[in-house]
Design a protein around this ligand. Structure first.
Ligand SMILES: [Zn+2]
Length: 295
């Protein structure tokens, strides 16, 4: 008998608009992997960027998932209701965290001095305290120095990954200058709280994994297993998103099987038998195809 491994996965959309094909591919990948492992599939609404949230987009996303035949397990969770947990984690991190008084412009100016390669890196200005007369704006996590800043993990599809946080991100933000919680902290706290064992998401998040891995280590929570699937690009080669003109595929009464599910499965490289006629039939075949393609 095949051994069943404990599996809790999740899909974590931001309610910045209706689901588009890019987000459907990510949702489908996480759903199929959970079902292929006889695991649970949770949905979490990542609504911490109050400037980008679109009213009712969360309900629209949930309705589209259901129209696509993707039923989640348990209760949906909203990050906006969990902010006290992020505060508690920030406090738990103690002296690993420090206030930063730099404005966007000051960081950009020091990056210019560091050259093009350093464009994503925080220069460490406030590491040893804030200059007199300045007020704290954001909270940053100190990354380790030297060899300890190199993190290595295994991705199920992309293989062995390595990132040097000191060289590639620098001390990163956990609470933003606008008062919003940063994605990196919230996602680690919630994955741990929900007991997520497997993360399946778009490859655009591959380079966030080392930061999350380090936070998991500091907070003493388990590292999930990672699988990053290719992201859908528009014809200009940009990641499909609302900003790059991705359209909602669910118009309420259209044929989601042929217009959305089958194209998304093809994008994931799943070979399905011809003649699938219903959404339940689609999922039965897609789970089998997923097991072959992403064992
Ligand atoms: Zn600073």
């Amino acid at each position: 008998m095949k051994q069943v491994i404990p599996y809790i996965g999740r899909f974590a959309p931001s309610p910045t608009g209706p689901l588009h094909m890019g987000s459907l591919v990510a949702a489908m990948a996480s759903y199929l992997d959970a079902r292929a492992h006889q695991g649970q599939w949770l949905v979490r609404i990542e609504d911490l960027d109050f400037d980008r949230n679109v009213a009712a987009a969360d309900q629209q996303i949930l309705a589209t998932l259901q129209r696509c035949g993707m039923q989640w397990d348990g209760e949906v969770c909203w990050q906006s209701q969990r902010q006290h947990y992020y505060q508690a984690a920030l406090e738990q991190l103690g002296t690993h965290v420090y206030p930063c008084a730099c404005s966007r412009k000051e960081i950009a100016d020091s990056r210019l001095r560091m050259g093009e390669a350093a464009s994503q890196i925080y220069p460490g200005t406030c590491r040893h305290g804030i200059a007199a007369g300045k007020t704290p704006r954001a909270w940053r996590l100190r990354v380790p120095d030297g060899a300890a800043s190199v993190f290595t993990w295994q991705d199920r599809l992309c293989g062995m990954q390595q990132q040097d946080l000191a060289k590639e991100t620098g001390d990163f933000v956990l609470k933003r200058a606008d008062g919003f919680w940063a994605y990196q902290l919230a996602v680690v706290v919630d994955d741990a709280a929900q007991g997520i064992t497997h993360i399946v998401r778009g490859a655009d998040l591959l380079d966030s994994t080392a930061r999350q891995w380090y936070l998991q280590q500091l907070l003493g929570v388990p590292h999930p297993v990672y699988l990053h699937v290719p992201v859908v690009n528009n014809p200009d080669g940009e990641k499909l998103s609302k900003q790059t003109g991705a359209l909602a595929f669910d118009r309420g009464d259209n044929d989601l099987l042929h217009e959305a599910l089958l194209p998304a499965a093809a994008y994931l490289g799943l070979s399905l038998p011809a003649g699938i006629a219903t959404i339940p039939e689609f999922w039965l075949s897609a789970i089998k195809a997923w097991q072959t393609r992403y064992p």
